[in-house]
Design a protein around this ligand. Structure first.
Ligand SMILES: Cc1cc2nc3c(=O)[nH]c(=O)nc-3n(C[C@H](O)[C@H](O)[C@H](O)COP(=O)(O)O)c2cc1C
Length: 308
């Protein structure tokens, strides 16, 4: 008989070892230290920082968040302290937290992406880079990097050349053929793919007859997107042979198991951190309980076990 304490929760994403398969997602976990009152970081698989750019950014004007059925729309506008302040102020404190730190990186040009990666490559305490390619490419009329194969290839290859750290490319779901874009990212040097980022959406304030968000459009996240995210994960699993990190609407161990069974070797939890800040730790414990109840000794043995 397997007890929850016997269950091995360790997983690997390429060469990177994680104590559990549950990672806190970018933009929903600040720079990590904000969550120290709520949980022990050593009990997480790791966390992804808020997206980092070369210069600090203030983000969009409010309102920039609105609740939607089983989810939320956000148009934060990639507010962040910039990579230099992250390295000088946040990273020294993160090194003491005994957790895996994945730096989420974005830019408005290919060169900006590469420069942020180059600077993160030189410091201690960052374990992997996750490229947020859901960002407008100003050199190409604002088209999102991750929706165009040529731009995705170029930005991934530039980041690859700029760092020796494991490179995860985070795919946008707002595309027609996610499998083809997954192949493009892998061919350009991605070690792993994370998916998905938010789905573009909007809501209307009927009294004001205006979009609810000042930015008009926002990104939809939370349980509403879970079936969509799972389907896209399956598409990508059939298209490439690199480690996948799945996310979208996970709020319970059963949801994490769905992503693992479809073929993700780890999962990220985003919106749910706002309701339950320690959910990443609870999910790992619940995964161990599920494994024990099903006589599974290592959670990695669940990965890819979906029967089609
Ligand atoms: C408020 C907010 C801010 C986010 N900021 C980022 C970001 O800076 N970079 C990024 O790659 N994804 C960002 N995301 C997307 C999440 O990391 C995640 O991909 C998405 O929310 C789906 O997961 P969930 O349904 O568990 O929230 C953000 C999401 C939210 C809700």
């Amino acid at each position: 008989m397997v007890t929850p304490a016997d269950v091995d929760l360790e997983v690997t994403v390429g060469k990177l070892r994680l104590r559990t398969p549950v990672i806190a997602a970018s933009g929903t976990f600040g720079y990590g230290e904000e969550f120290t009152p709520f949980l022990d970081h050593a009990q997480l698989g790791g966390f992804v920082t808020k997206g980092l750019s070369l210069a600090p950014r203030e983000g969009n004007p409010p309102p920039r968040i609105v609740e939607t059925p089983s989810g939320m729309l956000n148009a934060i506008g990639l507010q962040n302290v910039g990579v230099e302040r992250f390295i000088a102020e946040k990273l020294p404190r993160l090194r003491r937290l005994d957790t895996v730190v994945i730096a989420n990186v974005f830019g408005e040009t290919v060169e900006e992406y590469a420069e942020v990666c180059r600077r993160l490559d030189k410091v201690d305490g960052v374990h992997a880079i996750e490229l947020n390619v859901s960002c407008p490419n100003t050199a190409q009329g604002g088209m999102t990097f991750g929706t165009d194969a040529a731009a995705l290839r170029e930005v991934t290859a530039a980041a690859r050349a700029a760092t020796r750290l494991p490179l995860w490319v985070k795919l946008t779901p707002n595309v027609t053929d996610i499998g083809a874009l997954a192949r493009t990212a892998v061919a350009a040097g991605a070690d792993a793919l994370s998916l998905v980022n938010t789905f573009t959406g909007m809501t209307v304030d009927v009294e004001r007859r205006r979009p609810t968000l000042a930015n008009v459009r926002g990104g939809l996240s939370g349980p509403a997107i879970r079936p969509l995210a799972l389907h896209l994960l399956l598409e990508v699993r059939r298209s490439v042979d690199v480690p996948l990190i799945g996310m979208g609407g996970i709020t319970a161990a059963e949801h994490a198991l769905q992503f693992l069974m479809v073929g993700a070797c780890a999962v990220q939890v985003g919106t749910a951190n706002y309701l339950t800040p320690a959910i990443g730790v609870t999910l790992a414990a619940d995964l161990a309980a599920w494994c024990a109840a099903h006589d599974v000794r290592a959670v990695r043995d669940v990965v890819g076990t979906l029967t089609l």
